[in-house]
Design a protein around this ligand. Structure first.
Ligand code: FES
Length: 616
């Protein structure tokens, strides 16, 4: 029998084979560590503190961990193997906390949601026992309401599961004198007793990002009631789409990715129900958007064709089913679940929903749409066409892969500016002590460091001696290695050279995409009427900072409009407004996707785009 060693963690004892890493041992036993590389030994995030007989640290561990850390038993779980029985004292677990988010809809947004007819209509009906109709269903579905008077329940409802649910409900309801029919578009969604009709009904809009999950709760008229955000629990299997595709090809990998995602969304739905005192039958429908890989993983479709050129999806169609099929146990089994269609293998339904929100189908003037996410989508409408592309920006602007990065929630530095005395000041979400930096804070901080010549356009830190005396306190010198650093809530908050590089990679990918779309369209910067900047990376974005860092091209900052999470807002529009489905179809027909890597000067443009500040 193969030799194994005991690994004690808390009150549990696991068996570890000498050939497997402790990361693998823990994962087999359901413990998921922090990671940005999927356990492939490149990110340095999977720290554990362990005592016992272990393999020697390799070069990567020696370069990543300090001598003091190694002496204290700190190791990288995906590099270290057991050589005897061990005790794990501390591990860096993936934080899967769910955070409440503030209302993302401004007054103009609300106006947009209110325009157009609602998809939900209700009709009160007296119970008619005298009818000659052949069944009670025929009485319910026929009559003088404006919907199709067919008595075929299956045709008129969303699914056999819903038809069966309504059939079970009907006899009990017929004992009362009035019933309210609730329609979503022209299809019956529910029958409500007098008591049930007193309670509001809701929609859930879910944006599945590679890094961040966002959920909005909307009432049936489209008013925002609340929302939550959480990290995508697939992150331990890699921060980008390609790593997730690779993991889906390992035995059980696809199920693991699907289960982690659906479980987390289900937990978020539970949280919504708990916080807002909502029962499952009050949810009319759940809509979802995300990049094509997330869509395929969500439905359990093996996405291997998305892992290599030409990155084709098995399907880009709108996919709908019910809560059971989606593994959402917090909802009634028959609740309709709809995932919006994708544009192409590398441009997902999140881009489509964003285009809907920004009216790219309605505007005659050229709008540039830039969604800053791990998979950044860029779109430009020009005449009848909407050019679109996807830029592999990585998760830096969503607070991942940055040493002190965090989502745009309480405690995040969201804005950096110069105080009256000329020193550095910062704003923190919630006004408490800082805990980390979110995406908008990162852009603002880089712009500030550039403006004060602490960072050079090539991304390197300036030497301590070259920095003005009154700013020296924010530049930490560790034996000639510099980093921006301030005292935080419980630890130092810093931005080191590696973090600046991560920002440059993200900014380079997005800027390169913008340049290629502009070139393909034949439009110049002066032709752009607006630049819509989308993303959920913190408070209102500093538009001047976005230009100062070179993330956006040099345009008048008045033309830049920060719109928050346009994908989730567009999805909210689609869920609640009657004409949105038709508009979505028009958008799909007009979109032409561009593959950035096919541009003859792609590599050159990308390198040029990584430079900080204006490079044009
Ligand atoms: S280095 Fe271990 S998970 Fe990335």
């Amino acid at each position: 029998m193969d030799k194994t060693f005991d690994v004690i963690y808390g009150t549990s004892v696991f068996k570890s084979h000498p050939e497997e890493t402790l990361y693998e041992t823990l994962r087999k036993n359901g413990i998921v560590l922090r990671s940005a590389c999927g356990g492939t030994g490149r990110c340095g995030k999977c720290k554990i503190q362990v005592q016992g007989d272990l393999s020697e640290p390799d070069d990567f561990e020696k370069n990543t961990l300090s001598t003091a850390d190694l002496a204290r038993g700190i190791r990288l779980a995906c590099r270290v193997k057991a050589r005897g029985h061990l005790r794990i004292e501390r591990i860096a677990l993936l934080e899967s906390q769910t955070f409440a988010i503030p209302d993302p809809f401004c007054a103009i947004d609300r106006q947009k949601i209110e325009e157009g007819d609602s998809r939900v209509t209700t009709f009160e009906k007296p119970v008619n026992w005298e009818s000659e109709a052949p069944s009670d269903w025929a009485v319910m579905l026929q009559g003088d309401d404006p919907v199709d008077s067919s008595s075929d329940l299956l045709k008129q409802s969303f699914s056999p599961a819903l038809a069966a649910y309504l059939s079970r409900k009907l006899p009990r309801l017929l004992l009362s004198s009035r019933i309210t029919e609730l329609y979503l578009d022209d299809r019956i969604r529910d029958l409500l007793s007098e008591e049930e009709s007193k309670y509001p009904r809701y929609f859930l809009a879910v944006d599945i990002g590679t890094t961040t999950l966002t959920l909005y709760l909307l009432d049936s008229a489209g008013n925002w009631k609340g929302g939550f955000t959480a990290k995508n629990p697939q992150i331990p299997f890699g921060t980008d789409v390609i790593s997730r595709v690779s993991h889906s090809l390992t035995p059980g990998g696809s199920e693991e990715l699907r289960n982690r995602l659906t479980e987390k969304i289900d937990q978020m739905i539970q949280e919504v129900k708990r916080v807002f005192h909502i029962s499952p039958e009050q949810i009319i429908c759940v809509g979802l958007v995300g990049n094509t890989c997330m869509q395929q993983l969500f439905w359990g479709i093996l996405p291997y064709r998305l892992g290599k050129s030409p990155f084709r999806a098995f399907t880009t169609e709108l996919l709908s089913s019910n809560a059971v099929e989606a593994h959402f146990y917090a909802l009634e089994a028959h609740t309709p679940i709809v995932f919006l269609p994708s544009v192409a293998g590398y441009v997902g339904s999140d881009a489509l929903a964003g285009a809907l929100w920004c009216d790219l189908d309605l505007s005659q003037k050229p709008y540039l749409y830039v969604d800053i996410g791990t998979n950044g989508e860029i779109m430009l409408n020009q005449g009848d066409e909407i050019l679109c592309c996807s830029a592999a920006a990585g998760p830096a602007l969503e607070g991942m892969n940055i040493s002190c990065g965090m989502p745009g929630v309480e405690g995040a530095i969201s804005h950096v500016y110069t105080g009256e005395e000329g020193g550095m000041r910062y704003a923190v979400i919630g006004n408490g002590p800082p805990k980390g930096i979110c995406g908008s804070g990162l852009i603002s901080l880089i712009a500030w460091l550039l403006q004060h010549r602490i960072l050079k356009p090539n991304g390197a830190y300036e030497k301590h001696v070259a920095v003005p005396e009154h700013l020296k306190s924010v530049l930490w010198d560790e034996r000639g290695v510099f980093r921006w650093s301030i005292r935080g809530d419980s630890h130092d908050i810093f931005l080191d050279q590696q973090d600046v590089r991560q920002f440059q990679l993200a900014k380079g990918a997005i800027r390169c995409g913008i340049e290629i779309l502009l070139e393909t369209s034949g439009l110049g910067l002066e032709d752009l009427d607006r630049i819509y900047l989308s993303g959920s990376f913190g408070n209102a974005l500093d538009r001047q900072a976005a230009v100062a860092t070179g993330l956006l091209p040099p345009v008048d900052s008045e033309k830049i409009i920060y719109i928050g999470n346009a994908a989730c807002k567009g999805l909210s529009l689609w869920l609640t407004r009657r004409n949105a489905s038709e508009r979505l179809q028009t958008l799909l027909k007009r979109m032409r996707s561009i593959r950035l890597e096919n541009h003859p000067n792609f590599s050159e443009l990308f390198c040029q785009s990584m430079r900080l500040g204006d490079f044009s």
